[in-house]
Write a protein that binds this ligand. Structure first.
Ligand SMILES: Nc1ncnc2c1ncn2[C@@H]1O[C@H](COP(=O)(O)OP(=O)(O)OP(=O)(O)O)[C@@H](O)[C@H]1O
Length: 264
């Protein structure tokens, strides 16, 4: 079995009496692109925040490359980068200055920084905007510069919360290709998404959380097997496992809206 990057053991988070995450267990291997899915309020953000050291678990442990994120936070945090769904950036820095700032925190050599920063800015179409203040960036541009900042120091493990929200189709495709390449070179990626097609196309393994508990974990083939199928899309499996009749109704409504003559 290949090297382990992340190990989650009996992880639990309670808000007051309410358990948002209920004693979950799973592992992510080095170089794996792992997708974490679940309905609204299932516990995805709570889990990712505990994994990145931003939210203290009520119980359980999280090991990042063998370091406990709560007992050995400095070593563990050197291994990771995290892009939340609403990135917190420095509005008075330019995009380039922000990347320089990240590189200085992680003590990246200036030659390596320049090459990597230029490459990332070009992938996301930000080269011509790199000298403008971040406060003037659109939502999607902010998302993209945050992703560039996460990748500029080549983390061992990258956490992304809803990374494609706000990205145009070309940027989303470039991100998908880039993450696949980085994983093939050994980076581990843990991402949450509501876009099931993205998870299906990109991820090596998928974990589905519902009401705080992991209800499915595996490759697409393993998820189909669990659901008693030989074929079928992740959307079908997800809706069946999570019992999300509401989502089926939403999809039907959206399909109607996109038909000629449908509601505008
Ligand atoms: N600070 C908080 N205080 C109390 N309850 C919280 C808090 N943060 C989250 N919760 C609750 O914990 C549960 C899990 O929330 P979480 O944000 O982790 O879900 P999620 O899967 O990321 O949802 P979404 O897909 O809607 O972003 C929800 O019931 C939510 O209301």
């Amino acid at each position: 079995m290949s090297e382990r990057s992340i190990k989650i053991l009996e992880l639990e988070k309670k808000y007051g009496n309410q358990a948002a995450v209920k004693q979950i267990n799973f592992e992510v291997r080095k170089g794996e692109l792992f997708g974490f899915l679940g309905p609204n309020g299932a516990g995805k953000t709570t889990t990712i925040k505990m994994m990145t050291g931003l939210l203290e678990p009520t119980n359980g442990t999280i090991e990042i490359n063998g370091y406990d994120i709560w007992k050995n936070p400095l070593e563990a945090k050197k291994q990771i980068a995290y892009v939340p769904d609403q990135p917190n950036l420095y509005p008075k820095l330019t995009g380039w200055e922000y990347l320089e700032f990240v590189a200085s925190v992680f003590q990246i050599s200036s030659d390596h920084f320049k090459e990597r920063a230029e490459q990332l800015l070009s992938i996301f179409g930000l080269t011509d905007r790199a000298n403008e203040l971040i406060e003037g960036y659109s939502h999607g541009m902010k998302q993209k510069i945050a992703i560039c900042g996460a990748l500029v120091h080549d983390p061992e493990i990258l956490f992304l919360d809803e990374p494609t929200v706000g990205l145009d189709p070309k940027s989303a495709r470039n991100l998908k290709n880039l993450l696949r390449e980085e994983c093939d070179k050994g980076m581990t990626v843990f991402l949450t998404t509501h876009i099931l097609e993205i998870a299906e196309q990109m991820c090596d393994r998928i974990g589905i959380i519902s009401d705080g508990a992991i209800i499915a974990l595996g490759t697409m083939d393993e998820l189909r097997e669990k659901d008693g199928r030989t074929e079928g899309s992740l959307e079908e499996i997800f809706l069946e496992l999570t019992g999300s009749d509401d989502q089926e109704a939403i999809i039907e409504e959206m399909a109607k809206e996109n038909q000629p003559g449908g509601p505008s």
